[in-house]
Ligand binder design. Structure first.
Ligand SMILES: Cc1cc2nc3c(=O)[nH]c(=O)nc-3n(C[C@H](O)[C@H](O)[C@H](O)COP(=O)(O)O)c2cc1C
Length: 262
């Protein structure tokens, strides 16, 4: 199984890296116990020096390959496509993700239209100096759910300015073990795929949108059509174990939102 870590902290041995490393170690342990081979790759967004989105919309209209910014973005996207699960991790800067993570999310906006990660598992980790709100988690969560990710855990760790490994283990050992187990189970036990209400709702909103604006020269419409997601019976990107009632209500709410706003 492949896991990719997308981390946006510039501090290689900072709090975010320390927490994620501990989660990685625990996940590896779970995998070992079940003789599962895990391949984990860290992608430090700071090293990639991704350029800022210029808002030209070429990725939406013509395709991401035509983006005028030639850097490592599509390489990162491809690594994520090959992964079974992704860990997204950012420090909290002024009550949100840091700029490096936000720019990454902005640059990946075309995936909100053409979700390429349906069924992939993820966790979201943020670290903060004090009692941050859940704003940073919401930023990542909204983006990656519209990319198709299923999120098994979202968690902020309060770490102060710099917390060493020993203190992290002392304070958060049980939480880290639980997060790692939950993440590993979500990768290993297929039946665990239960999309959130929000994911089901977003699917319905997008589905209605592309059904409405169906044009054979529209990239997004074609993508949805080719994936079979525009068919009336399709309620999510992939088969899943959501209850009928949850799916129906999510689709009802999504339909209403779509009628009002789109
Ligand atoms: C520019 C900047 C802004 C920050 N803003 C907040 C904040 O709004 N709330 C908070 O609780 N901590 C804030 N912090 C503290 C960091 O979130 C915290 O120390 C985090 O764990 C750093 O992660 P790192 O070691 O991976 O870089 C800020 C730190 C920096 C450098």
């Amino acid at each position: 199984m492949r896991i990719v870590v997308i981390i946006s902290s510039a501090r290689k041995n900072g709090n975010t890296a320390t927490i994620v490393k501990s989660i990685e170690n625990e996940t590896v342990q779970y995998a070992k116990n079940l003789s599962v081979n895990l391949d984990i790759e860290w992608i430090n967004l700071f090293d990639y020096e991704l350029q800022l989105c210029r808002g030209c919309r070429i990725c939406f209209n013509k395709g991401e390959a035509y983006c005028p910014l030639k850097d490592g973005l599509l390489n990162i996207r491809d690594k994520m496509i090959k992964a079974d699960g992704v860990i997204f991790a950012s420090p909290v800067y002024v009550e949100d993700v840091n700029g490096t993570m936000k720019n990454f999310i902005d640059r990946m906006a075309f995936i909100c239209h053409r979700p390429a990660f349906s069924g992939k598992k993820s966790i979201i980790i943020t670290t903060s100096g004090g009692g941050a709100t859940s704003h940073a988690i919401r930023t990542i969560s909204a983006a990656i759910q519209s990319w198709g990710f299923n999120i098994s855990t979202k968690r902020n760790f309060r770490t102060g300015t710099l917390m060493d490994k020993e203190k992290v283990e002392l304070e958060y050992s049980n939480d880290i073990k639980a997060i790692a187990k939950n993440f590993f189970d979500s990768l290993y036990i297929i039946e665990k795929l239960i999309p959130t209400f929000y994911s089901l709702m977003i699917f319905k909103i997008q589905q209605k949108n592309w059904q409405k604006y169906s044009k054979e020269d529209n990239l997004d419409y074609l993508y949805w059509k080719e994936n079979g997601w525009l068919s009336k019976d399709c309620t999510y990107y992939i088969p899943n174990n959501s209850t009928r009632i949850k799916t129906d209500v999510a689709r009802l709410v999504g339909g209403i939102i779509s009628n009002i706003f789109i």
